[in-house]
Write a protein that binds this ligand. Structure first.
Ligand SMILES: NC(=O)C1=CN([C@@H]2O[C@H](COP(=O)(O)OP(=O)(O)OC[C@H]3O[C@@H](n4cnc5c(N)ncnc54)[C@H](OP(=O)(O)O)[C@@H]3O)[C@@H](O)[C@H]2O)C=CC1
Ligand SMILES: O=C(O)CCC(=O)C(=O)O
Length: 489
């Protein structure tokens, strides 16, 4: 019988306008979390010298790109959007196969990428400064935005299309050149996104793409003295390394890290609407969003009703390969992510919380080769427990019962994180208190904790971010510096 051999595509680095193999001669496999026997592609295991080469290429391109002008840079982003639109199906399928989220979610994310590109394409036509009255009436005084120069971009695996684009698009339109290092676990999808920039005709050196281990390629990038700025989304521990290196090198940095996002449900809430928001916020993308719901804080009068409705709906969730249209929740993105989730489910039980539902690893039949876990709901959780304090990044909810809205907000604020928070109520007074008192960068009323609008500022408080904001017009604050100009004739 003839042996079947799987052909695996190899993806290269993109440096100075050329796709190149790494001189290491080594590649890394990217596997399908729904079926670990399937390799989605191979990526270059790059060296620190290649990081220097990518930075050098971006440095050589920076003056030409700045002088290209904002309008023309925006037009190029519009062309990238068109390229991405032509490739939606392939990129979304790759995303699902590489990272595990369901195909409708992957299509939604890719379409979000197109919309982000179009938003920043239009930025190329918006004002880049303001005229301010000078004390000298003969003088003209105005501000003018100027790019930082070369920006390093390090992204996570959970949004391999949207996050790179919401960093690369504003970086480019405001005139910076880029060295982009994606997460290894979703770098095939990222490579396909970079090809859209290439096919749109981006000048060489403006966007450089380099893959390899975070501990080698990521470290070399964050420690480079030649960058002018660095933006990072991922874990708190890596974020702290980025901050330390950037401070030591005196460069501007921006970090988006974890969350422990609460949803508060008050006695006067619409239970069905709250349950739908909790399900979507906690379990879509298998809970692997920094904005995912992980704590559900419920007022005692509605607790039993909400718990029963939540359990009933959670039991209906279909788990499996995200390419299958009947599936609502895919696998965890990697074996290590699955192990983290299982570990926290164990920790929750050891801490004395009651596992009400789920939390079992699935290994039989169609689950045999994937990283599957059932959604888990805990109750009898107290705020000091690790499952109520630490980011799990998986489909796990902790239910906490409270007496009053004040107690609910105190518990919601009782973590080191402050990314997103949501309240379900029909009382405008409670909503207004929540908006004022909650420590979170994204504040939602009668709406789920996850979900980000590309035209609005995105970012957290406390340990969730550096306080800077991404997306919308807010991105301009990170990717540019202001020159204040005064002219006298
Ligand atoms: N959006 C968010 O807020 C995210 C939060 N997380 C949280 O982080 C946890 C761990 O996920 P993980 O993927 O390990 O997150 P990491 O922070 O390790 O990865 C994020 C990015 O940083 C890179 N990286 C890793 N180590 C270094 C380093 N020393 N210097 C520079 N860059 C580095 C990674 O590269 P490589 O992939 O090659 O290691 C990846 O591109 C999750 O369980 C979750 O809690 C994770 C992802 C997204
Ligand atoms: O909720 C979203 O759409 C974005 C979440 C996010 O930025 C993240 O998980 O890193």
């Amino acid at each position: 019988m003839a042996k079947f051999t799987q052909t695996v595509e190899v993806f290269q680095n993109y440096i100075n306008g050329e796709w190149k193999d790494s001189t290491s001669g080594q590649v890394m496999d990217s596997v399908n979390p729904a079926n670990k026997t399937e390799t989605i592609g191979q990526l270059q295991s790059s060296t620190t010298e290649e990081v220097d080469e990518a930075i050098q290429s971006a440095t050589e391109a920076k003056i030409g790109w700045r002088k290209t002008g904002a309008y023309q840079r925006g037009q190029l982003l519009a062309s990238v959007a068109n390229e991405l639109e032509k490739n939606v199906d392939d990129i979304a399928e790759t995303l699902t196969k590489e990272m595990g989220k369901t195909l409708p979610e992957a299509i939604g994310e890719t379409q979000r990428g197109i919309a982000i590109l179009r938003y920043y394409a239009a930025e190329g036509m918006r004002k880049e400064g303001e005229v301010i009255p000078a004390s000298d009436k003969e003088a003209l005084m105005f501000t003018k935005r100027t790019p930082l120069g070369v920006v390093g971009i390090i992204t996570p695996w959970n949004f391999p299309v949207a996050i790179p684009i919401w960093k690369i698009a504003p970086a480019l339109v405001y005139g910076n050149t880029v060295v982009f290092k994606p997460a290894s676990e979703s770098a095939v999808t990222a490579a396909k996104v970079v090809k859209c920039f290439e096919h749109a005709g981006l000048p060489k050196g403006v966007l450089n793409f380099i893959t390899g281990k975070g501990s080698i390629v990521g470290e070399a990038l964050i420690n480079s003295k030649k960058l002018n700025g660095i933006t990072f989304t991922g874990s708190e521990s890596t974020g702290k390394r980025v901050a330390k290196a950037a401070s030591a090198n005196g460069i501007k940095y921006q970090l988006e890290m974890g969350g422990k996002n609460p949803v508060i449900v008050l006695d006067d809430a619409d239970v069905q609407s709250a349950v739908q928001g909790i399900l979507s916020g906690a379990f879509k993308s298998t809970g692997q969003k920094c904005t995912a719901t992980s704590r559900v804080i419920v007022q005692e009068g509605i607790y039993e009703e909400l718990k029963a409705a939540l359990l009933a709906e959670t039991k209906k969730i279909t788990i499996g390969d995200g390419m299958n249209s009947s599936i609502w929740m895919g696998p965890c993105a990697s074996e290590s992510q699955l192990n983290t989730v299982l570990e926290y489910i164990q920790i929750g039980q050891e801490e004395g919380a009651t596992l009400l539902y789920g939390g079992q690893r699935l290994t039989e039949n169609e689950y045999a080769h994937g990283f599957y876990v059932e959604p888990a709901i805990f109750e009898q959780v107290t705020s000091t427990m690790r499952i109520a304090q630490e980011e799990i990044f998986g489909p796990v909810i902790a239910l906490l019962k409270v007496k009053t809205v004040e107690e609910a907000i105190d518990i919601a604020n009782d973590t080191e994180f402050g990314l997103s928070a949501s309240l379900y109520t029909s009382n405008i007074g409670s909503a207004l208190s929540f908006i004022d008192d909650i420590e979170a960068g994204l504040v939602r009323v009668n709406s789920e904790s996850a979900g980000v609008e590309l035209q609005a500022p995105f970012g957290g408080m406390k340990a969730s971010s550096t306080g800077t904001r991404e997306q919308g017009e807010a991105a301009k604050e990170f990717y540019t510096a202001i020159k204040t100009v005064l002219i006298r004739s």
